[in-house]
Design a protein around this ligand. Structure first.
Ligand code: ADP
Ligand code: MG
Length: 390
């Protein structure tokens, strides 16, 4: 709330106008890794780190953007937004404005209309919590409200994903924007990446999400990503040779793998086994949350981690160790490596009253063993994009 007040004052002082303020969160993926491009399931949670967007109309035909985190202003002619990326922060909001215009939500609506936009966020940048999606979704939500348009949450997410894919030039899936737009406090969101249908699954209020950054990012990540996708496609093609209805690994089962797995080269077979079992685990995890069966959820997260590590081979020694250390600590429900792999963050579900002790102990143990000070955030499942009341 303090942050919102500060944003309001900052915007008022800079633009001499009373803004409306919107918030869109970052996220963490609880379970469902590398299942998105197999048209499978993911289950992210919106967290209580967010980007705030303060917005007000202008009558000089300009789009003026202020990034409080960078202390920088960018100003454009509303009728002639840059057609190309510049490689800096303004690409995200500009990309969103361009995609909104393509969808028929254009600034200017009349010759002199424009807007002033102030952005500020506390989502750690580049830590895998998707500050970029939170900027996009906050911007889109603010602009849609300013011009009085209506766009559904899923549509808004698609549009922001297109801004990041096509304008910013980052090849991300739909998950980050989808959860930032559609998340709900005290819930995880089970998303079907095939048709974007989703359901919310409750996370008990006394459970914290402790996100621990290993602070390592192994350089193989880029190249290995391509290899993994090729292996996944190979396995899919071989299974589809037997069952043509298998279009993506989402359509395959462990029984298929048991029957025809011997025809698949070993590496590809292991990647496929991860994706097929991960898909099932992700749906099972939503079911476990609905039953309030935290023990089962923890077990599924544990299985997911070791499947990611041993079958998909996308973990690393530091992340494996961080998960093992978490499992020795009181209050832990489940821990696993989250995100694209080869480093990054682990996500830990922890009983709320133990969360601060867990954070301190995990930080200490990890630093002792690896010599690396991790960054650790205690978060809670939060609402997706929304207007912030004055
Ligand atoms: P992440 O994993 O955090 O999404 P990305 O590299 O995808 O990492 O996105 C980070 C980029 O998003 C930053 O370099 C910046 O350009 C933009 N960004 C994030 N937060 C803000 C913010 N509060 N204000 C302006 N730009 C931001
Ligand atoms: Mg990003």
């Amino acid at each position: 709330m303090e942050d919102v007040k500060r944003m309001r004052e900052l915007h008022r002082a800079r633009f001499d106008a009373e803004p409306e303020v919107f918030a869109a969160p970052g996220r963490v993926n609880l379970i469902g890794e590398h299942t998105d491009y197999a048209e499978g399931f993911v289950m992210p949670v919106a967290i209580d780190f967010a980007t705030l967007a303060a917005i007000s109309p202008r009558d000089d035909g300009r789009v003026v953007m202020w990034a409080e985190n960078y202390g920088e202003e960018r100003s454009f002619d509303a009728a002639a937004l840059p057609p190309e990326r510049s490689g800096e922060w303004s690409d995200y909001p500009v990309g969103v404005l361009r995609m909104l215009a393509e969808a028929g939500v254009a600034i200017p609506a009349s010759a002199n209309s424009g807007l002033s936009l102030s952005l500020w966020g506390d989502v750690p940048l580049g830590s895998g919590l998707s500050s970029s999606a939170s900027v996009e979704v906050a911007t889109a939500t603010a602009v849609v409200a300013l011009v009085g348009a209506t766009i559904s949450g899923p549509e808004l997410a698609r549009l922001c994903q297109r801004a990041e894919n096509e304008f910013v030039g980052a090849n991300c899936g739909i998950m980050d924007q989808f959860i930032s737009a559609n998340g709900r406090a005290n819930h995880a969101l089970l998303l079907d990446c095939r048709d974007l249908s989703y359901r919310l699954a409750p996370i008990p209020e006394n459970v914290a999400l402790v996100i621990a950054n290993t602070m390592v990012r192994h350089s193989i990540a880029g190249g290995e990503y391509g290899t993994r996708r090729a292996e996944v496609e190979l396995a899919c093609r071989i299974l589809a040779g037997h069952r043509p209805e298998i279009r993506f690994l989402r359509d395959a089962t462990v029984e298929d793998l048991a029957r025809w797995g011997s025809e698949i080269p070993e590496a590809a077979r292991k990647r496929a086994r991860h994706i097929i079992t991960e898909n099932a685990r992700t749906v099972a995890a939503a079911d476990a949350l609905e039953r309030h069966d935290m023990k089962q959820l923890g077990e599924l997260m544990r299985e997911a981690h070791w499947s990611y590590s041993r079958d998909f081979e996308a973990s690393c020694a530091e992340a494996d160790r961080m998960v093992e250390l978490a499992e020795t600590l009181p209050g832990l429900i489940g821990a696993r490596l989250t995100g694209g792999g080869f480093g990054g963050c682990t996500v830990n579900l922890v009983e709320q009253e133990q969360a601060n002790g867990f954070k301190a102990a995990l930080g200490k143990l990890y630093a002792q063993e690896t010599g690396i000070e991790p960054e650790i955030y205690v978060c809670h499942a939060s609402d997706g994009a929304h207007r912030v009341a004055p």
